[in-house]
Write a protein that binds this ligand. Structure first.
Ligand SMILES: [Zn+2]
Length: 317
C-alpha cells in the first residue's frame, strides 16, 4: 500500500490484520479431504504441487487465515455497511471444491477460494450475493463451487482462449440456478469502452433483476494494458470507474455490503490500477467519463438469453 501514501484515500482506510486460521471457514466450500491434502503438502516445505502452483510450510495457515478473514469480513460488511478489501495473494478463484476446477490443468497459483467462502457465509444467513469477477482470467473455481446456487449471481469478465480455458457464454448455471452465472469472454484488445458498456448495461441490468444484498468483487488487475499475462487493454481509469460505481451502490443503499478480494495483476499496471480502484471506492477521485463501445454480436446475443434466464429464475425462486 506504499503507493497510496500520498493519496487522500489513505486517511479513509483502516488496516486490520487477518483473522486467526479456522478450518470451519474453508470447509464451507471445499472438501475436507482436499483441505487435509493441502495441509499435508505444505508440511513438506517449498515445492510445486502442479506446474503453476507452489506451496511452502506457511501456505496452509496463510490461506486458511485469508478464508477465515473472508468469512468474518462478510459478516462485518453487512453489519456495518463498511466496504472491505482483502489483500490476499493468490486470490483463490481458480481453486475448485477439491482441487483444479472444471477440468483446468492446474490450480493457477490458488489454494482456497475465499470469495466462495464469503458468498456461502452470507447465503447461509439468507442473503443474496452478486459476485463481480473482473480478473482477466475466468474464475473457474468460484463457478464450480456456486454452479447450482440460485442465491449467487456470478458475473465473470475475462479474456477468452487463455488459462483456464473455461467460462464460455453457454455456462449459465445448474438446473436450480439457470441464468445466475453470466460469463463475458472478451476478445483480445478489448478496452475501457467495452468494460464501460458492460458495467452500464450488463452488470447494472443483472443487479436490477437479481436485487443482491451484498456485492463481492474479485478484483484482479491483470486486464491492464501493461500486464504481460493477458492481451486486454484496460487502463486505470476503468478501475476507477468500477470503484465509483460500487461505492455509489452502497451509498444509495442499493446493497447492504461490499467486499473486494485482491486477484491477479503482474506488472506496473497493478500498482496504478489498485490505487485508482481504491480511490474510486473511497470517493476521493473524480469519476472518469468513459464512452461505451457495444460488444460483438455473439456475446450480446448470448447475454440477452442469459439475462432472460436470470429473470425466470428470480421470478420462480
Ligand atoms: Zn488473473
Amino acid at each position: 500500500m506504499r503507493e497510496l501514501s500520498n493519496s487522500p484515500a489513505q486517511s479513509l482506510i483502516d488496516l486490520v490484520k487477518c483473522s486467526k486460521p479456522d478450518i470451519t471457514s474453508v470447509v464451507l466450500v471445499h472438501d475436507l479431504r482436499y483441505v487435509e491434502w493441502v495441509e499435508n503438502e505444505c508440511s513438506k516445505g517449498f515445492h510445486y504441487i502442479d506446474p503453476d502452483t507452489y506451496v511452502t510450510e506457511h501456505t496452509y495457515n496463510v490461506a486458511l487465515a485469508f478464508a477465515t478473514t473472508a468469512r468474518d469480513a462478510a459478516i462485518d460488511a453487512v453489519r456495518t455497511s463498511t466496504p472491505w478489501f482483502i489483500l490476499a495473494r493468490p486470490g483463490g478463484h481458480h481453486a475448485g471444491r477439491s482441487g483444479p476446477a472444471m477440468g483446468a490443468p492446474t490450480l493457477g497459483f490458488c489454494i482456497f477460494d475465499y470469495i466462495s467462502v464469503a458468498a456461502k457465509t452470507l447465503i447461509n444467513q439468507g442473503l443474496r450475493v452478486m459476485i463481480i469477477d473482473f480478473d482477466a482470467h475466468h474464475g473457474n473455481g468460484t463457478q464450480e463451487i456456486l454452479w447450482d446456487e440460485p442465491k449467487a449471481l456470478h458475473i465473470d469478465i475475462h479474456q477468452r482462449w487463455i488459462y483456464p480455458g473455461t467460462g464460455g457464454l453457454e455456462d449459465v448455471g445448474g438446473l436450480n440456478a439457470k441464468g445466475t452465472k453470466i460469463n463475458i469472454p472478451l476478445y483480445p484488445y478489448s478496452n475501457d469502452s467495452h468494460y464501460a458498456y458492460i458495467i452500464n448495461n450488463i452488470i447494472e441490468t443483472a443487479r436490477n433483476v437479481f436485487q443482491p444484498d451484498v456485492i463481492l468483487v474479485f478484483a484482479g488487475f491483470d486486464a491492464h494494458k501493461d500486464d504481460k499475462l493477458t492481451q486486454l487493454r484496460v487502463t486505470e481509469d476503468l478501475y476507477s470507474l468500477f470503484g465509483h460505481y460500487l461505492r455509489e451502490l452502497l451509498e444509495d443503499k442499493l446493497v447492504r455490503g461490499l467486499i473486494s478480494i485482491l486477484g491477479g495483476g503482474y506488472g506496473k499496471g497493478m500498482v496504478k490500477s489498485l490505487k485508482s480502484y481504491v480511490e474510486g471506492l473511497t470517493g476521493v477521485s473524480r469519476k472518469p467519463s468513459i464512452s461505451e463501445t457495444s460488444l460483438q454480436d455473439d456475446i450480446l446475443n448470448a447475454l440477452r438469453k442469459n439475462l432472460n434466464l436470470l429473470k425466470t429464475t428470480v421470478e420462480t425462486s
